[in-house]
Design a protein around this ligand. Structure first.
Ligand code: AP5
Length: 226
């Protein structure tokens, strides 16, 4: 199963991607996480990448496409994968089609989480991430038991550089100029399910699973008409 999860910054893609990947036993491939790891490890591509990410701009297509090309051929992608944060430009979408096409594969589900700007800003401002295990918290909606400390591993919590006020605005602009056309592109192929991203995490997850199962039934009916 090949799934793409889309939505504006802070819409809950990462939160939901972990749950979907767990339910369907497919790996979550999150370009943002992969890029942050490269930056944190001080690797050469990471150093250039940091400048783009800190400004809230997209990392050049060739860098990200190269990462995805390497990742989707790894062994644990045999049953499929869930892309979180990719594709974000039409060129990335074309490259993905090429990668899958070479193997006779297609995208099965595109989930787009919809949510209002005010809520997005609230979520991004309050997000805190564990520097050790990557667990995610929110100062209001999901605070850690001890301030600044991860409940799971005791690591310290930090605020992402790109969650600071000025950068949040540029990320929304980039999203609307470069990524919304990708959603329209998939929508024109009838692939997108629009999911209301407001509510409890479990309720949103339920809506996504329902959408995936619906589409699976529809695909089955089309391949085995009675
Ligand atoms: P990336 O890391 O992908 O950031 P993003 O798309 O901006 O998305 P976020 O991670 O900010 O939010 P999310 O939607 O995953 O929400 P989350 O679940 O964390 O990319 C970062 C940067 O990397 C980009 O700006 C770019 O520079 C670069 N990059 C990445 N991919 C690229 C690509 N393909 N091409 C080029 N460059 C690329 O939730 C947010 C908060 O809300 C959390 O605190 C969470 O706990 C809370 N929350 C979640 N759900 C709920 C809920 N239902 N109720 C209340 N709180 C909730």
């Amino acid at each position: 199963m090949h799934v793409i999860i889309m939505g504006p910054p802070g819409s809950g893609k990462g939160t939901q991607a972990k749950l979907i990947a767990g339910k369907y036993h497919i790996p979550q491939i999150a370009t943002g996480d992969i890029l942050r790891e490269a930056v944190g490890g001080g690797l050469a591509p990471g150093l250039e990448t940091k400048v783009y990410m800190t400004r809230g701009e997209l990392v050049p297509d060739e860098v990200v496409i190269g990462i995805i090309e390497g990742r989707v051929t790894q062994g644990n992608c045999g049953r499929g994968f869930l892309l979180d944060g990719f594709p974000r430009t039409l060129d990335q979408a074309n490259a993905l089609e090429g990668m899958l096409g070479k193997r006779g594969l297609t995208i099965d589900h595109v989930i787009n989480i919809e949510i209002e700007m005010e809520e997005l800003i609230r979520r991004l401002r309050g997000r805190r991430t564990c520097s050790k295990c990557g667990a995610m918290y929110h100062l209001l909606f999901n605070p850690p038991e001890k301030e600044g400390i991860c409940d799971i591993c005791g690591g310290s919590l930090y605020q992402r550089d790109d969650d600071k006020e000025g950068t949040i605005r540029s990320r929304f602009e980039v999203y609307s100029n470069q990524t919304e056309p990708v959603i329209q592109y998939y929508a024109s192929q009838g692939l997108v399910r629009f999911i209301n991203g407001v509510g409890k995490i479990d309720d949103i997850f339920f809506r996504i699973v329902e959408a995936i199962e619906d589409r699976k039934k529809y695909a089955k009916r089309r391949s085995h008409p009675s």
